[in-house]
Each structure stands twice: as C-alpha cells, then as structure tokens.
Design a protein around this ligand. Structure first.
Ligand code: SF4
Ligand code: SF4
Length: 136
C-alpha cells in the first residue's frame, strides 16, 4: 500500500465528467481531494492523494492520462522563492526527505532538490519570510 500526491489539470470539456470517481470503482483506489479549483467552462485543477497498491496507482494514472487529463507529481509544485529566502536554514532541519539541504557548509547556502520533495508542506510554516510556496 502506498500513497501519491498528484496534480490534475482538466481541459474545460472534461470538467463535468465523473472521471476521478472511476478511480475507486475500476482501480480500487482511495483518493483524498486536497485542493480543487474548478470553474465551469474553464480549465480546472485538482490536487489529490491517491492510495492503493503501486500497480493500481499506475493503472489509475494511465487511465487519467488516456482521458486527456494532465497528471503531474505535486512535488514539482513546491517552489522556493529565492528572492525572499534569507538562508536561515529553518526548513532544512524540518524537511523529512533532505529535499531542502545545506549545499555548502562554509557559506551555509540552502538548496532545494525537487526530485526528493514529497510535497508534505512541513517546511512552509517554519519559513520566516514565507519563501516556500505551493503552486498548482
Ligand atoms: S514539502 Fe516536505 S519534502 Fe518538500 S521540501 Fe518541504 S518539507 Fe521537504
Ligand atoms: S526557512 Fe525559508 S528563509 Fe529559511 S532557508 Fe528555508 S526557504 Fe530560506
């Protein structure tokens, strides 16, 4: 059993179709809608957490893509605004995956590895200047 957070972008002609509900019925997946921004006749965005067997999650994601829905991992949508970052390092100790890390011990420069980010959002509150943002 595993869980994956993904961002779905729906073209406007798919907004009113019960596509996501098929994930439960046909693939036995559980999903939790974390955020949604859907306006009739416009492109829609949804962040969901899918839980189930890995193979079923892959099948569910393939089904969504075949339906014309863009599927991206949520990790791509955590961004650090380096113009706001004051390099305090508060996020580094809180990040459970090492996605935020000290790049250079001499300068204590902080860096972000998007590939390691699981979008848990634990780093957002402790950042004093609110330099870490979630985009979807
Ligand atoms: S969202 Fe979670 S995994 Fe990603 S950088 Fe922040 S604390 Fe690390
Ligand atoms: S907590 Fe915020 S300001 Fe401090 S290093 Fe991390 S991103 Fe930069």
């Amino acid at each position: 059993m595993s869980a994956r957070k993904i961002v779905l972008t729906f073209p406007k002609n798919k907004i009113d179709k019960p596509i996501v509900h098929k994930l439960i019925k046909d693939f036995g997946l559980v999903f939790n809608i974390m955020k949604a921004s859907i306006t009739p006749d416009q492109e829609g965005h949804m962040v969901i957490e899918l839980s189930g067997e890995n193979a079923d999650i892959e099948k569910g994601i393939k089904y969504l893509k075949d339906e014309g829905i863009k599927v991206e991992p949520l990790s791509k949508d955590i961004r650090v605004n380096w113009d706001k970052c004051v390099q305090c390092g508060a996020c580094v100790s809180i990040c459970p995956t090492g996605a935020l890390y000290i790049k250079d011990r001499k300068t204590m420069e902080v860096a972000f590895d998007t590939e390691k980010c699981i979008a848990c959002e634990l780093c957002i509150r402790p950042c004093p200047p609110r330099a870490i943002e979630v985009h979807f």
